[in-house]
Ligand binder design. Structure first.
Ligand SMILES: [Zn+2]
Length: 187
């Protein structure tokens, strides 16, 4: 049994949260439009007043906005979102592989109520920036390990006899790959 009392709209995502009293537990809490709310096993998620639950819902909204769709963020987008949510930023150097916060951002499980919502949001944002940094590093690595283009000697893949050399226009024995005669190919 519950008494619906107030709907608050998150300032960052624009999502609505319904603040209600949980009669059985005798506390105030909230749920989002899909019906999800905090688990009520922890005291800190059981609020004595509707104001307390509303405040928690709005704080949850910051986390939602930080998580977004979990897509990677370029530096500018990361800093802009952090500024909008009033969250601290981490330098790219600290997020890169081997960086000071690289490991904790990558493997840390930052969830409420074990961690304050602001920390969860900060880490979610850092994870998204790290994701983009790693994707860029992977692209660079893929490029680096790409085999160098083969430089075959003239005629290595056969020659043709019925076309003029693309360079001199006179010789008619030309390389299948380069369309030039042996002299024009420099070999
Ligand atoms: Zn030629």
């Amino acid at each position: 049994m519950e008494t619906t009392t107030v709907v608050v709209v998150g300032a960052y995502t624009g999502q609505a949260y319904t603040v209600y009293r949980h009669e059985t537990l005798g506390c105030w809490t909230y749920r989002d439009v899909r019906g999800y709310g905090p688990g009520l096993g922890y005291d800190r998620d059981r609020h004595a007043t509707p104001e307390g639950a509303a405040k928690a819902a709005l704080f949850r909204d910051i986390l939602r906005a930080a998580e977004g769709d979990w897509s990677g963020l370029d530096r500018a987008a990361y800093e802009a979102l952090a500024a909008r949510l009033d969250l601290p930023v981490t330098s790219d150097a600290d997020l890169e592989l081997g960086g000071r916060r690289s490991y904790s951002v990558r493997y840390g499980e930052f969830s409420s109520p074990e961690y304050p919502m602001a920390v969860c949001a900060e880490m979610a944002l850092a994870k998204r920036r790290q994701k983009a940094i790693e994707a860029a590093a992977e692209r660079r690595e893929a490029k680096r390990t790409l085999p160098a283009p083969e430089r075959l000697p003239w005629g290595a893949r056969g020659v043709r006899y019925d076309e003029a050399c693309a360079a001199c226009g006179t010789e008619t024995v030309i390389d299948n790959d380069r369309d030039v005669c042996k002299r024009c190919a420099g070999g």
